[in-house]
Design a protein around this ligand. Structure first.
Ligand code: SF4
Ligand code: SF4
Length: 168
């Protein structure tokens, strides 16, 4: 069975994707074992609500949140929801976490097709060690912070999808 570790760099939906199969295979997925990559709204297409309901019902995707307001001082949100893959062994839909192994990681690498991986994963350039280089929007923020900002205008959609999914 061919390895799922990638070996290419290309333009994927919503941004660059970096894949270096040999480096990641040797590493064994330290990034994926530490924390799933952050998803962005653009990962789910134009029918965001429908897509999120389906993802939440699958049990493979969850809602995490940024503590405080990701925009910084002068803004008042207590928390800001974003979406990411689930962590192995955790069943709650609302699941704030600072660590854990991504549910999509197998011994053979990521089980998601390259184009279906979270943008936070696509933007990570393998260097053969952890942490590898994150190619964000140029502001120096990490993927979780950028993801939280990208989801700001979709907070109600996330909550509505959670309700429709029937999960808690
Ligand atoms: S930590 Fe870096 S080298 Fe290791 S699997 Fe992740 S991207 Fe690849
Ligand atoms: S989705 Fe794939 S590449 Fe991203 S953290 Fe999970 S196993 Fe790793």
């Amino acid at each position: 069975m061919p390895s799922r570790w990638g070996l290419r760099k290309h333009r994927g939906t919503g941004g660059s994707m970096y894949e270096k199969k040999e480096l990641c295979a040797a590493c064994g997925g330290k990034c994926c074992k530490g924390m799933p990559g952050s998803a962005f709204p653009s990962d789910f297409g134009e029918l965001l609500l429908d897509a999120l309901v389906e993802k939440f019902q699958s049990g493979l995707w969850v809602i995490d949140w940024w503590e405080g307001d990701p925009r910084g001082k002068g803004y008042r949100m207590a928390q800001s929801y974003f979406v990411r893959p689930a962590i192995k062994g955790a069943n709650a839909l609302f699941h704030p976490s600072w660590g854990g192994e991504c549910i999509f990681l197998s011994e053979d690498g990521c089980t998601l097709p390259s184009d279906e991986r979270p943008l936070g994963c696509k933007r990570l350039e393998p260097g053969g060690h952890s942490p590898c280089m994150y190619h964000g929007d140029g502001t120096g923020k990490n993927a979780k912070h950028e993801g939280a900002l990208a989801w700001l205008k979709h907070q109600l959609v996330i909550l509505q999808a959670a309700k429709l999914s029937g999960r808690r």
